[in-house]
Design a protein around this ligand. Structure first.
Ligand SMILES: C[S@@+](CC[C@H](N)C(=O)[O-])C[C@H]1O[C@@H](n2cnc3c(N)ncnc32)[C@H](O)[C@@H]1O
Ligand SMILES: *[C@@H]1O[C@H](CO)[C@@H](O)[C@H](O)[C@H]1NC(C)=O
Ligand SMILES: *[C@@H]1O[C@H](CO)[C@@H](O)[C@H](O)[C@H]1NC(C)=O
Ligand SMILES: *[C@@H]1O[C@H](CO)[C@@H](O)[C@H](O)[C@H]1NC(C)=O
Length: 329
């Protein structure tokens, strides 16, 4: 029999040894991660240093994700650190609208017959200024005048404050047909109602109705011919655009603000950014910035040899090079 005291002592020894190994593994893990990332952009033919990666495994407690097991790492899947950077050949910009309609709604505009009386009764009266976050700051005006985009892709639209502002800006510089694709799952985020209940319709059978509230604002602004919802997760929407050869001249990132969401959004958006185009986003200098957006932007710029220009609350990356350096990603 082992006494309780000894038991505690033994488990301390085990856990101390374990902690030391765990710490080591974390160090190796971050080292491997860095090497993998850096090598991925500099040496196309050499696979990243994958030996050290993916040691995160369940051990004693299968639910304990912090338990690290440094021995016998499984082979690292090659896509762990890599995003597809090669999308289909671009389709002509004047075919994008039709392509979206055909693929998403059997060729019919989502605004056709909108809103049905059954939907209308759940929506809030139109607000003259929909709730947004830095949605009309000067970065929009500056980038739209500089890029003069024919196609804008927005990740994270909410009620359309920034999208409709961009619509007005393009109209004001004689680009009334610029297409604005609004990628959003139109669910906002869990718990949003607790402080945004005045801005959001009352959910109906668990449907947030954010999509329809947004569409109402677009309709009111007479922009239904070119401000289109793309009501899916950013991940699946960007993958589809990549497959269809739909590129944006200007892409705004303002969806999930944790590191992993921002990192994936930025990488996938870069793939569908037209060479010469500009990628920018929100929350470089707001209280949300340390949730991960700033770290994701900084890392992305570093790995790809780009500059980050802070612009108010926003970040702006240097334009996508016309000739992409050959990488294996
Ligand atoms: C801060 S709001 C966007 C605000 C808007 N750009 C503006 O200026 O008014 C973020 C939006 O991102 C959407 N979102 C968050 N994560 C997402 C994801 N993974 N896929 C699609 N949409 C997402 C939410 O539904 C929410 O509407
Ligand atoms: C998870 O593992 C760590 C490291 O071994 C340990 O310190 C922690 O107490 C474990 N947590 C749980 C919930 O088992
Ligand atoms: C567009 O131009 C009109 C008329 O000059 C002006 O009132 C409006 O503020 C401009 N919109 C934006 C977003 O700059
Ligand atoms: C939209 O079009 C209608 C009908 O042409 C017009 O009465 C209204 O003022 C327009 N709204 C805006 C915001 O331009």
């Amino acid at each position: 029999m082992i006494s309780m005291k000894e038991d505690i002592k033994i488990s301390r020894i085990i856990s101390t040894g374990y902690l030391a190994r765990a710490t080591m593994a974390i160090l190796l893990l971050s080292l491997g991660y860095t090497i993998g990332l850096l090598s991925s952009s500099s040496s196309p033919s050499r696979p990243p240093n994958t030996q050290l990666l993916l040691h995160v495994q369940s051990d004693a407690n299968p639910n304990n994700c912090t338990t690290l097991k440094p021995d016998n790492p499984p082979p690292t899947p090659p896509d762990l650190l890599r995003f597809n950077t090669k999308c289909s050949e671009p389709i002509p910009e004047d075919q994008i609208y039709r392509t979206i309609l055909d693929n998403l709604w059997d060729g019919v505009s989502p605004y056709s017959g909108f809103p049905s009386p059954a939907t209308a009764e759940h929506l809030l009266p139109l607000s003259s200024k929909p709730r947004g976050w830095g949605s009309t700051t000067p970065v929009f005006q500056d980038l739209i005048s500089a890029v003069r985009p024919q196609t804008i892709i927005e990740l994270g639209t909410f009620l359309g404050a920034s999208a409709l502002h961009m619509a007005q800006l393009t109209r004001n510089i004689s680009l009334p047909s610029t297409l604005i694709l609004c990628i959003d799952d139109f669910r906002s985020w869990p718990g949003a109602r607790r402080y945004l209940h005045r801005d959001l319709p009352v959910p109906h059978h668990a449907d947030a109705l954010l999509l329809h509230q947004f569409m109402l604002a677009v309709q009111n602004a007479n922009e239904t011919h070119r401000v289109l919802p793309f009501p899916f997760s950013t991940n699946s929407a960007l993958a589809a655009l990549c497959t269809w050869g739909v590129y944006g001249d200007l892409i705004e990132v303002d969806a999930g603000h944790d590191f992993h969401s921002a990192w994936a959004d930025i990488n996938m958006a870069w793939a569908v950014l037209r060479p010469g185009g500009v990628l920018f986003g929100h929350d470089y200098f707001t209280k949300a910035d340390n949730m991960g957006v700033r770290r994701a932007v900084t890392l992305f710029a570093k790995v790809n040899g780009l500059r980050v220009r802070p612009h108010g609350q926003h970040w702006v990356l240097s334009p996508k090079p016309q000739l992409q350096p050959q990488t294996s990603r």
